[in-house]
Design a protein around this ligand. Structure first.
Ligand code: UDP
Ligand code: MN
Length: 264
């Protein structure tokens, strides 16, 4: 459907690699929705060219130059730069409904059924399940909502310094109001929860539809041996902050076979 889209964000070349893999994974699972990448002005030309091949729309969002309310707000809260950029997704009003996905997510099967959900639908955060994780969420673009979010963000700040804190205090009835807005965890399986509840992962892990490489270490921080198909520098120690080796290999398979050839 032309009026529905997946949206991601990459402010630099590193996250752009993530966005390339995410977009490719959505295409590989035959999405019928539009794909939109919001990019920062510093994303280099070769990356933009690849993103343009994968995504229907690549929008450069430069909050400093836009001269809108977000720019004024940002002057008061420079610490929330990336957060303001993510909130920009609400201004995509040529779509009636969207699903935002972090650039560090990977799609494992078709998830177009998410568009049956309403704003704001999201999965629980593994660290604090009364909050939703803002790596995958369903939203309805609206300039009015965007303005309110920016005002909220400027006046109240973010309790965690990022977009997840702002969005959870703005959509503050998420945990209690409507269970249909709770996405199953399989739509945002955080790589860190695998080791914190291994038996649950062993029982339900095969149902995962989206894996989220949440945390400091991202798939692109590792390296990959194309000869052996193995990810290097992985310690396989639970709790070490390492990402799950199977999902990491899946990310690298897409990156090395479908993204890297286009980047060269
Ligand atoms: N992001 C970005 N540039 C940055 C940091 C974050 O473009 O320097 C975007 C990107 O889409 C990323 C999202 O904001 O996936 C949220 O950040 P991150 O995934 O690093 O947070 P985590 O999920 O680990 O809490
Ligand atoms: Mn993330």
């Amino acid at each position: 459907m032309a009026d529905q889209a997946y949206v991601t964000l990459a402010t630099n070349d590193e996250y752009a690699k993530g966005a390339m893999v995410l977009g490719t994974s959505l295409r590989n699972h035959n999405t019928t929705k539009q794909l939109v990448a919001l990019i920062g002005p510093h994303v280099a030309e070769p990356c933009r060219a690849v993103l343009n091949c994968i995504y229907d729309e690549v929008c450069v969002v430069d909050i400093w130059d836009s001269g809108d309310t977000a720019q004024l707000a940002l002057m008061k809260r420079p610490d929330l730069g990336v957060t303001f950029t993510k909130l920009h997704c609400w201004t995509l009003t040529h779509y009636t409904k969207c699903v935002f996905m972090d650039a560090d997510t990977l799609v494992l099967s078709n998830i177009d059924e998410l568009f049956e959900r309403e704003e704001l639908s999201a999965a629980p955060d593994p660290g604090w399940p009364d909050c939703f994780n803002s790596g995958v969420f369903v939203f309805k673009p609206s300039n009015e909502t965007h303005r309110s979010l920016v005002t909220h963000c400027t006046e109240k700040g973010s309790f965690d310094g990022g977009d997840q804190g702002v969005l959870n205090s703005f959509f503050n009835t998420w945990s209690t109001a409507d269970i249909s807005k709770h996405l199953p965890f399989i739509y945002n399986l955080s790589s860190i929860s695998i080791y914190t509840y291994l038996p649950a992962f062993q029982k339900y892990g095969h149902e995962a539809k989206v894996v989220h490489f949440l945390g400091k270490l991202k798939p692109w921080n590792y390296s990959y041996d194309t000869q052996t198909g193995k990810v290097k520098g992985h310690t396989l120690t639970p709790g070490s902050g390492d990402l799950h080796p199977d999902f990491l290999v899946q990310w690298w398979n897409v990156y090395s076979s479908e993204v890297l050839p286009a980047l060269r």
